[in-house]
Every structure is written in C-alpha cells, then in structure tokens.
Design a protein around this ligand. Structure first.
Ligand code: IMP
Length: 188
C-alpha cells in the first residue's frame, strides 16, 4: 500500500522506511510533485504536523503522514522546541544551531532535554496523531558523525554516547521518531 511521508529529509526517510518499509511503499514530497516548502507556522509540534499532513492530503488526495520534531531543553524553558529547525538562523543550519545550544547552556547546571516527535496521519480523509518521546541530556561538546541536526549533542538516558555515535538501528530503537513510528504502526 502506498503512503506519502511529507518530507524530503533523507535521514528521516531512511529512519521511517527501516520501520515501515516492509508493509508500505513510502513515497516523499518530491515523488508526488510537491517541491515548494510547506509552511510550518503552527505554534506547536502538533499544529505543524497537522498543517503538513493536511497540505499533502489537499493536494494529492493520498493517504499521508507528516512529522514534526522539537528538542525541548529544561533549563531553556522548553526551547528550542517548535523552533528547533530555525533556532540560530533562518536556514536549517545544524552546525549553527548546535553552537547556539552549547552557548545557551554554558552557565547552566541542568542539561536535561528531550526530543519529542508528533506524527499526523491522514487516512481516508481522517486525521489521527501519535507521539514519541526520548529523554536525555545535552553533551558538553559535539560527538559523533551519524544522524543529523542535534544528534551530536543529545545523549539519551541510559547511554553515555550521543545519537550521532550510534548506528541508525540503535538510534531508531529508542529515538523519539522510532517510538512515534512504532505508535503509527499500531494504528495503521
Ligand atoms: P522537523 O521540523 O521535524 O524537521 O525538525 C525540526 C528540527 O529538529 C530539525 O531541523 C533538526 O534540527 C531537529 N531534529 C529533528 N529530528 C531530529 C533527530 O532525529 N535528531 C536530531 N535533530 C533532529
């Protein structure tokens, strides 16, 4: 069965295909001819996931899902949260985001953080949402070359390595997105 994943992020696609790939033919935004940036102007992750999924459904009429993820840092009052992609600049600059995060936490004793992913699924015109959370902490410096975004700075609880130091399988097994996709599988 075919389902559109509202992304063109190759990392996200690989993570989601690893979990869902046997059961679904997962196609991306570019596969269905959506090349423009979908506006993400919601105030919450839930709103943004919904905005993206509805955008795809309205244009294609196909079953689809969209995810929105935020890194919520306790000592920063939950920031960058819904603004995670554009924390330091306007342009998804992962390195600048990570530098800013380290600078903001330089004088903070508590480095607790969590990743939260919300997925909006639209199937047969009906929308449902699921969520995945992983708790952890922000490292003192970047470590590892895997993954993307804040992965080199995020150490999940129970580990002493960052997501960027894990294999894709290890990250997927415990990550926010892996857990949200596991919930998605339950309702699909
Ligand atoms: P998005 O809006 O869901 O694409 O995610 C917003 C931002 O959160 C991205 O630009 C990344 O900086 C960050 N992000 C999302 N997922 C992950 C992840 O799995 N690891 C690290 N950073 C992530």
């Amino acid at each position: 069965m075919k389902i559109v994943f509202a992304t063109n992020n190759a990392h996200k696609l690989a993570e989601v295909r690893a979990v869902l790939g046997d059961k679904y033919e997962i196609v991306t935004l570019s596969d269905v001819g959506i090349i423009e940036d979908i506006p993400e102007d919601g105030a919450t992750l839930d709103e943004n996931a919904s905005i993206k999924a509805r955008y795809v459904y309205e244009r294609t009429g196909l079953d689809c899902f969209a995810d929105d993820t935020g890194l919520e840092v306790e000592a920063l009052g939950g920031a960058p949260g819904v603004h995670s992609a554009r924390y330091a600049t306007d342009g998804h600059d992962f390195a600048a985001n990570n530098r800013k995060l380290l600078a903001e936490l330089a004088d903070k004793a508590c480095r607790k953080a969590r990743f939260r992913t919300v997925i909006s699924l639209i199937r047969g015109g009906n929308e449902q949402q699921v969520e995945g959370i992983v708790e952890g902490r922000i490292a003192m410096q970047e470590a590892g070359c895997g993954g993307f975004g804040y992965d080199p700075l995020f150490i999940p609880d129970g580990f002493d390595v960052t997501f960027a130091e894990m294999s894709p399988e290890e990250k997927n097994a415990i990550s926010h997105r892996g857990r949200a996709v596991a919930e998605l599988v339950k309702i699909l």
